[in-house]
Design a protein around this ligand. Structure first.
Ligand code: NAI
Length: 461
């Protein structure tokens, strides 16, 4: 039995970051992870492998559609799926091994296995018990399915199965036009699969700024994805190698079916805390099955929780920030997360990124605001990359000019958004961005132009 200051349960982005920071702050720290590799869903079966496949399939798209336009002639590459999978697995392994290295470097013990908490201050892994002054639950989330739809990870798959299909399917039906559905739907569409996305709501990516969501929908349709909106999936009839998805159109209750080789269920994720023994401990939960917290402390003293298993957006970077804040709080520092400035990115092509309020939210609050918009068509660098589609939209307070929200669809949106995040952390006005010199020629000039459009006007529009 070993004694620790902190035992973190879960080695995903929330858990491993918390463990590393706790060790850096001088606390004797261990992290329990039973998956066989560190990095959680994000590194093993989420963000990282999907970005490898997005990069590979985007490169194919460039070769097929844009190379010839630049005078690069010749036969476009064909897809060797086994090699693409091996490349993806290698990217995953490099990243998960990287966390192992960081644990060693920072003297964090990796306890391999699945943990339970028999009582506050005790963590059991297999036959071994360890004591800890602080226990941090960072056990993440798992895919949800629809009532009556069983995920077999072969024909009916979650994002996990979709990342490791044995072959590129001819026909795929994606249930849910959220982040996972659109990212993985675009991967397979680019690889030649006929992809149909069925979405309950009347728009894609719920919660996103309306104008951006409409532009994304139009762009994805142009890329060949079929997207059926306002359609409630009723069930999936799965056979050995095929499945039929039945859905009802909400506008007229008409019933329809779609055949597919693979059905991807992407209707959300739910918090995962099975096997920890939280009931017996009396840890309070929210009505949505998350662990209830107050500044990341659960209802049981000495037990903390963070990331997907708690309230808030299920995003790796939100969990990472909470991981640092919890470690700092345990070490007696002032742990802090600014929940108003958490960016969201969708890695489609073009990328979509957002931070702060949407126009719809500002209207609902009755807040007076102004809009500065700039199209990537007016940006020289974007045009040279055939990436003129999309725009930057800045929402600023009408009186004070303070930036309230930034929404980008276009090249490198997921990187550009951080200029807005930094500005918002400093309480900047749109004019602050507009008066900041931006290197030419970069796509970041579009952000400055949108900021200029909040004042006397953009130059290149
Ligand atoms: P989501 O919540 O983003 O989207 C689920 C979609 O399914 C919604 O649009 C919903 O209306 C639809 N839906 C639900 N029931 C339906 C039905 N019966 N018929 C048709 N449509 C139905 O969930 P998603 O995409 O599964 O992602 C799960 C979580 O993982 C999210 O919290 C997301 O933020 C996170 N994630 C984030 C990524 C990123 O930041 N790039 C990448 C992947 C996942």
């Amino acid at each position: 039995m070993a004694e620790y200051d902190v035992i973190v349960i879960g080695g995903g982005p929330g858990g491993y970051v918390c463990a590393i920071r706790a060790a850096q702050l001088g606390l004797k720290t261990a992290c329990v992870e039973g998956r066989g590799a560190l990095g959680g869903t994000c590194l093993n079966v989420g963000c990282i492998p999907s970005k490898a496949l997005l990069h590979a399939s985007h490169s194919l798209h460039e070769a097929e559609h844009n190379f010839a336009k630049m005078g690069l002639k010749g036969k476009s590459p064909s897809v060797d799926w086994a090699e693409m999978q091996a490349y993806k697995d290698d990217v995953v392994a490099q990243n998960t091994k990287g966390i192992e290295f960081l644990f060693k470097k920072n003297k964090v013990d990796w306890i391999k296995g699945w943990a339970s908490i028999p009582e506050a201050g005790q963590v059991k892994v297999g036959d071994e018990s360890h004591s800890a002054r602080n226990i941090v639950i960072a056990t993440g989330s798992e895919a949800t399915s629809l009532p009556g739809v069983e995920i077999d990870e072969k024909v009916v798959v979650s994002s996990t199965g979709a990342l490791s299909l044995p072959r590129v399917p001819k026909k795929m039906v994606v249930i849910g036009a959220g982040v996972i559905g659109l990212e993985l739907g675009s991967v397979y569409a680019r690889l030649g699969t006929q992809v149909t996305v069925v979405e309950y709501l009347d728009q894609v990516t719920p919660g996103m700024d309306d104008e951006i969501a409409k532009t994304l929908l139009r762009t994805l349709k142009k890329q060949g994805l079929e997207i059926i909106l306002g359609a409630a999936v009723q069930g999936v009839d799965a056979k050995k190698t095929k499945a039929t998805v039945s859905y009802k159109l909400r506008k007229d209750d008409s019933e329809h079916t779609l055949d597919a080789d693979v059905v991807l269920v992407a209707t959300g994720r739910k918090p995962f805390s099975d096997g920890l023994g939280l009931d017996a401990l009396g840890v309070k939960m929210t009505p949505r099955g998350q662990i209830a917290t107050d500044h990341w402390q659960t209802s049981v003293p000495g037990i903390w929780a963070l990331g997907d298993v708690t309230e808030g957006p299920m995003l790796a970077h939100k969990a990472e920030d909470e991981g640092m804040a919890v470690a700092e709080s345990i070490a007696g520092q002032a742990g802090h997360v600014n929940y108003d400035v958490i960016p969201g990115v969708i890695y489609t092509s073009p990328e979509v990124a957002a931070v702060g309020k949407t126009e719809e939210q500002l209207k609902e609050q009755g807040r007076a605001y102004k809009v500065g918009k700039f199209s990537f068509m007016g940006n020289g660098r974007a045009k040279a990359m055939f990436a003129g589609e999309g725009f930057v939209k800045i929402l600023a307070d009408k009186q004070t000019d303070r930036i309230l929200g930034v929404h980008i669809i276009g090249p490198s949106a997921g990187d550009l958004i951080h200029e807005a995040c930094v500005a918002m952390e400093f309480g900047a006005a749109a004019e602050d961005l507009a008066r900041t010199c931006h290197a030419h020629p970069t796509v970041s000039e579009a952000v400055r132009e949108a900021a200029l459009a909040c004042g006397d006007g953009a130059i290149h529009a």
